[in-house]
Design a protein around this ligand. Structure first.
Ligand code: FAD
Length: 430
């Protein structure tokens, strides 16, 4: 292969930005390959924090990483745009035209060539075709959606202040996203409570949160003991947890369950299921899983094309599927960062990516948290009030920051965040 191979990384999320940064340091810096990251947005956020942005308990100015800044300091290129199709014969990708927020066109549709592509375009919640969900529910799958939810949440709180009404929120999906969102929303209103007495002269309206889970228990990916403890914790703070509650339809007033019950909700959030973005269907006829993810071999290479790799949530290892988590996405990015250089330089096949399960962590606001460690051990909960598990959850993000920025800037960012918590209100109020 030529000494200046073109590697396109499509999607700068948990996996894509880690890979671009690492390959920039190895191949890019030594001029051995041209590494280009393409993302439909201009900045990266750590997706496992979106529920905190949605609830306003973390404010995101400091948590966005500019792709351009990261590219310029780490020897890769960045182009904004959505990859809408791949021509595998010509080895070209097509980026859709780029528009400004006022709708005016900034860039025409563009074509870029490649020697290798790594697809890391993430996933979305899956409405499973349930009637009324797309029209009547909010999603928190990206920063735009999390911010839109937060604005709606603040406006509904204001309305409830004005007419002394209760605010009903129903969240569909008792996985980590829905469960953590329920706790975070509750925490948010607890913080507003003392503020509101000064700002409006009265206590805030009552918040009613219902968590709807189709399965028999919440957090099905965790040991049963964690599910039970998390449900008890949510119920203790006042969240109404309904298991075996399958949603049949959504409408502007709430959800209708399969058994005919109607759950009223002013704000309706859909946080269930995982599917790849629809656009994978136009990616050169690559074979896809039932959820639209790109079918890959254990070495993350597409089953159809040796020059196309996929990692993170948008990939599906046909022989041994893995869950859509940040931990999997990061390990896969590290694997490709380690082995793609030899593949490019000498054609050495990328070996299988072996996933090392380091456990799973769930944090319910500042109420409690659990880490399910490999080997069935569970940490957190009970006497420690989950502090160690909650710290573990934060550490995942801090590790990611240090990986992207290096130690000095990484630690400086952590310090800046700590300063922010002192100088800003602890919940977003504007
Ligand atoms: C609210 C929430 C909480 C979560 N909590 C946890 C947790 O506690 N622990 C955990 O392990 N996991 C958690 N997850 C899951 C975790 O965030 C994902 O598994 C992880 O982000 C997957 O990384 P990724 O790189 O595959 O995709 P992402 O991080 O989603 O990145 C995808 C990127 O691709 C870009 N993109 C999409 N389509 C295109 C296109 N066509 N062209 C160009 N760019 C495109 C997007 O803009 C984005 O930057 C949570 C998810 C959510 C939504």
């Amino acid at each position: 292969m030529s000494s200046k191979s073109e590697i396109l990384i499509v999607g700068g999320g948990v996996a894509g930005l880690a890979l671009a940064t690492r390959l920039g340091k190895t191949l890019g810096r030594h001029g051995k390959a041209r590494i280009t990251l393409i993302d439909k947005s201009f900045s990266h956020v750590w997706k496992p924090m979106l529920h905190c942005f949605a609830a306003g308990t973390v404010q995101n100015e400091n948590d966005r990483i500019s792709f351009m800044a990261q590219a310029s300091s780490h020897n890769f290129e960045f182009w904004p745009g959505e990859v809408v199709s791949i021509d595998r014969e010509k080895r070209e990708v097509v980026l859709s035209p780029l528009h400004a927020s006022d709708g005016s066109k900034v860039l025409d549709s563009r074509t870029m060539t490649y020697d290798a592509i790594v697809l890391s375009i993430g996933s979305r919640a899956n409405d499973f075709g349930t009637p009324g969900v797309l029209e009547n529910c909010l999603f928190i799958d990206n920063l735009v959606e999390a911010n839109a939810f937060n604005e709606k949440f603040r406006m509904e709180i204001l309305k409830s202040f004005a007419d002394n009404s209760e605010l009903d929120i129903a969240i569909v999906g008792g996985g980590a996203t829905g469960t953590q969102l329920a706790a975070e929303l509750h925490k948010s209103l607890e913080i507003v409570d003392p503020v509101s007495l000064h700002a409006f002269g009265k206590a805030p309206p009552k918040l009613s949160i219902t968590l709807l889970q189709s399965g028999a228990r919440i957090l099905p990916a965790f040991p049963e003991s964690v599910s039970m403890a998390a449900q008890q914790e949510l119920e203790r703070i006042g969240v109404n947890v309904r298991t075996s509650a399958r949603v049949a339809a959504a409408d502007p007033t709430g959800f209708t369950l399969k058994d005919g019950t109607h759950v009223p909700a002013t704000l309706r959030v859909w946080a269930a299921g995982v599917k790849a973005p629809e656009v994978t269907k136009t990616y050169g006829g690559l074979s896809l899983s039932r959820s639209g993810q790109i079918n890959v071999k254990p070495n993350l290479c597409s089953v159809d094309d040796d020059r196309i790799f996929a990692m993170g949530d948008c990939s599906y290892i046909v022989d041994d599927p893995l869950p859509a988590t940040a931990q999997v996405a990061r390990q896969q990015a590290h694997h490709l960062a380690q082995h793609l250089p030899a593949w490019l330089e000498s054609g050495k096949e990328v070996p299988s990516c072996i996933f090392h399960n380091k456990g799973a962590i769930v944090a319910l606001g500042n109420y409690n948290g659990w880490a399910a460690l490999p080997g069935g051990r569970v940490m957190g909960g009970g006497m420690l009030h989950g502090l160690s598990a909650r710290i573990g959850h934060i550490m995942l993000y801090r590790q990611h920051q240090i990986e992207l920025f290096g130690w000095i800037r990484g630690l400086a960012s952590i310090f800046a965040d700590m300063v922010e918590t002192v100088i800003r209100p602890s919940v977003r109020l504007d």
